[in-house]
Design a protein. Structure first.
Length: 97
């Protein structure tokens, strides 16, 4: 039988919350707004499944390109290449400049 290779495979440690941070996050995280050109960190919130970027982008920093519906397009450099990550605001944190 072939093993499952879903979008959350090999993320047992990466997408794990600390015991005191368990449960749903504050609802205000979903109401954050970002301007184009703003620097953001991609920090995946495992309790919110919708709009979650792929786990390979967890912890990376990029720049907001534009808004796409309720999500944002973020430009990230990965291994010398530029990637565009579509993520909802629950998984983004404003980076300290």
């Amino acid at each position: 039988m072939q093993r499952s290779r879903g979008t959350r495979s090999k993320t047992r440690q990466i997408l794990k919350k600390k015991p005191r941070a368990r449960g749903l996050s504050p609802i205000t995280r979903g109401f954050q707004t970002f301007e184009p050109g703003e620097k953001v960190n991609i920090v995946i919130d495992p309790s919110i499944h919708s709009g979650m970027p792929h786990s390979r982008f967890h912890g990376l920093t990029g720049f907001v390109i534009q808004e796409r519906g309720t999500a944002y397009e973020v430009r990230v450099n990965v291994g010398g290449k530029t990637k565009i990550v579509v993520s909802r605001p629950e998984h983004l944190v404003k980076a300290v400049a």
